[in-house]
Design a protein around this ligand. Structure first.
Ligand code: MN
Length: 709
């Protein structure tokens, strides 16, 4: 166990201005608080928080974080209170210890729901201050190092599983590879004891056969680089059993065939030297195709930078080589913690903006409705492969693989996502559904009038974009339905001769067993209640002698008169273009069939080749509508969103404009849209133009066109 002065000296070694007094007081307080408690190992309990603090000094963290490590179990496991901690060590330390205490409650959970619920607290707490997470990870690391002392098999396995599923990925995500490696290695040992043993045995076998190969190869590389004038520090190691096992597993390989169980790290002074060293190594040993990765020019999402290659060192031995600068090496080992030490703000608070993935998680946490959904999203978000794209200003945006410009827009800002209408990728306008590739430069075109399109849900891949679209569509549907329901309601009650009092309406709503007026509007819009039921509820007995619903002027089919024809000559309106009064019309006369009246721009007139009605060769007559004509049937093609109430919205507008529906056919349907052919009786062209304008103004209607062929 670290002694008090040793711990303090370690901190002073990297931070000469650290609050020595705070550390000393924390040490004494924790020792007294834990008293004679013992660990499963038989050690005094107090050794645990001190070891945790020791691990934290390796990350070169500030005195407050080290003190938090020392105190992290005092609230949970001793009589000490948060108030006490705050009084003795200040608000910051108290807040951090409290954060770690909350996280520790996770360990008691196994059930899915509880785990997710606590994971939520966990992530929220650490988003407050990344130091909470660092202390928690150090705590878990020490507990894993001493896990073999725990007697219960079940408990060991549970803790190991949790470490593998939650803590190791978290360590990875903040780039704490040293922690991740060790956590995985320790967890693997307890989760797969047999696989672990067999890999360890085989590694020993290799060693017996080849002597100390790691040392031999290490000095070989060092010598080669030195001769080539590259100043480098070379270290070699055997890979850990877990990473060997994972590779065997991922590539379905037997141990004997597994090529690179040894890995070497070459640390050089600067980036230029890194590429030089790579050249020297590739000149000396052939590179294995497909294994070279340049994370210096394209860093990983978590900021990791390094060159990776695998070379054939000798006939049977392939080795993995990582080449990086000293700065990159430190970042790779300690991840965000390395930055954190240098980049905290003036007030000592770590910059929250430095951890964009935390923001992602928090948004998911806020939006997930069930714990299962949360857990799923969180796991997905943790393990997804990423694609990197750039804003026009060169800012790097990290997205899940398969993301499109809509995902990109939402990743930049929710408002940008909500208002995006188009995108340019590498200067070229592309459809919003285009998958992005690494290194794409993406410019989002926006319009204030735009709003999320339900269709986007079909191709966005990021959780953030998907939930934003879903949320918007749900809100939109509800407000549309309310508006439409209100219109329908007004039309329905207009058929009663009496205006309804508020009391009558309230009573009517109650008779329908609905909660309030909005519920009534929604029920009408969704057609879960009929007009008659509403009338009966509002004014019982009223439907018995109701005046028929207004239907415009049409009533029975009105007479049609056409000027320019000899009275008495038989004619018919073409059922391809459905002419209505106001249209410019022509008659086509063919012997034996009478005269067919078309609109002048009927597609069948323009393109006789394609004509089913055989207009070609007929005589064209210049015709005009007569005064007496009261109405005619026009044909529309209306495309509506495939969602509840769309058709009701369409028909409500037709009814509102007094256009009688003669025929309604579902013409095409897919997941997103329904296309209807609607034949309506209209007075004239002006009437139809108004109706089309009204339909186009409706949210439920995607498009509406008059059919003239
Ligand atoms: Mn602990």
């Amino acid at each position: 166990m670290l002694r008090q002065y040793e711990l303090v000296d370690r901190v002073l070694a990297y931070d000469p201005y650290a609050d020595e007094d705070l550390l000393n007081r924390a040490y004494v307080f924790s020792m007294k608080a834990h008293g004679s408690q013992l660990r499963a190992s038989g050690d005094p309990y107090f050794s645990h928080p001190i070891e945790v603090a020791g691990i934290l000094t390796e990350l070169k963290l500030d005195a407050e974080t080290i003190a938090t490590g020392i105190l992290h179990d005092t609230i949970e496991d001793t009589v000490a209170t948060t108030e006490q901690i705050e009084k003795l060590f200040g608000t910051n330390v108290a807040r951090l210890v409290d954060g770690v205490t909350k996280l520790s409650k996770i360990e008691a959970q196994t059930e899915n729901e509880r785990a997710a619920e606590n994971l939520r607290k966990f992530l929220l707490a650490m988003s407050d201050d990344i130091r909470v997470l660092l202390v928690k990870l150090a705590d878990r690391l020490h507990n894993m190092r001493t896990l073999h002392f725990i007697k219960s098999d079940d408990k060991r396995r549970r803790i190991a599983r949790e470490t593998m599923d939650i803590y190791a990925p978290l360590a990875e995500r903040i780039g704490l590879y040293g922690f991740m490696d060790e956590l995985q290695a320790l967890a693997f040992r307890h989760l797969e004891p047999e696989a672990y043993d067999s890999i360890v045995k085989r590694l020993e076998g290799l060693r017996v056969g080849g002597g100390d190969m790691v040392a031999r190869i290490t000095s070989g590389i060092r010598l080669l680089l030195g001769q080539s004038g590259v100043d480098a520090d070379v270290r070699g190691r055997e890979k850990r059993p877990f990473s060997i096992w994972k590779k065997m597993h991922d590539r379905r390989m037997a141990f004997e065939n597994l090529p690179d169980v040894m890995a070497f790290r070459v640390v050089v002074p600067d980036t230029a030297a890194a590429y030089r060293a790579l050249g020297v190594i590739h000149q000396r040993w052939p590179a294995v195709p497909g294994r070279f990765k340049d994370f210096i020019s394209t860093p990983k999402r978590n900021g990791y930078r390094s060159l990776h290659t695998t070379v054939i060192h000798s006939e049977r031995v392939r080795i993995e080589v990582q080449i990086r600068t000293a700065e990159m090496d430190r970042e790779a080992e300690f991840g965000l913690a390395a930055h954190w030490a240098y980049k905290q703000g003036d007030d000592g608070a770590p910059a929250r903006e430095a951890y964009p993935w935390l923001r992602d998680l928090i948004e998911i946490l806020d939006q997930a409705t069930t714990p299962e959904e949360l857990l799923e999203h969180t796991r997905l978000a943790m393990f997804q492969d990423q694609v990197f794209a750039f804003t026009p200003k060169g800012e790097l945006i990290q997205l899940p693989a398969g993301s499109c410009p809509v995902d990109f827009a939402y990743a930049v800002h929710t408002d940008l996502g909500d208002t995006c209408v188009g995108s340019k990728v590498n200067g070229r306008v592309v459809p919003l559904r285009t998958p992005l590739a690494n290194g794409d430069q993406v410019e989002i075109l926006r319009s204030k009038a735009q709003h999320p399109d339900p269709l986007w849900e079909g191709f966005v891949v990021s959780v953030r974009a998907r939930s934003a679209v879903r949320r918007f569509v749900r809100q939109q549907q509800r407000s549309q339905q309310l508006k439409m329901g209100q219109t329908l309601y007004d039309e329905v009650v207009a058929r009663l001769k009496l205006p309804l009092s508020d009391g009558a309406i309230t009573a009517g709503v109650a008779r329908l067993k609905l909660a309030d007026r909005n519920a009534l509007y929604l029920a009408l819009a969704r057609a879960t209640v009929s007009d008659t039921a509403v009338l009966e509820a509002m004014l019982p007995g009223s439907t018995a002698n109701l005046k028929p619903k207004k239907r415009g002027k049409a009533g029975p089919r009105a007479a049609i008169s056409i000027r320019g024809l000899t009275p008495g000559v038989a004619f018919q309106l073409a059922d391809c273009c459905h002419p209505i009064p106001g249209d410019r019309i022509v008659g086509v006369a063919r012997p034996g069939t009478g005269i067919v009246v078309h609109v002048i721009d009927c597609a069948n007139l323009a393109d006789p080749e394609d004509d089913a009605q055989d207009i070609d060769g007929g005589e064209w007559l210049d015709l005009h509508w007569g005064e007496e004509t009261e109405s005619a049937v026009a044909r529309l093609l209306a495309v509506v969103h495939n969602q509840p109430g769309s058709l009701a919205a369409l028909t409500a507008i037709l009814a509102h404009h007094g256009a009688n529906i003669v025929n309604l056919t579902l013409k095409e349907r897919d997941r997103a849209f329904h296309g209807f052919v609607v034949d309506i009786e209209v007075d004239d062209l002006a009437h139809l133009t108004n109706i089309i304008a009204a339909l186009r103004a409706t949210q439920a209607v995607v498009s509406v066109e008059r059919v003239k062929a």
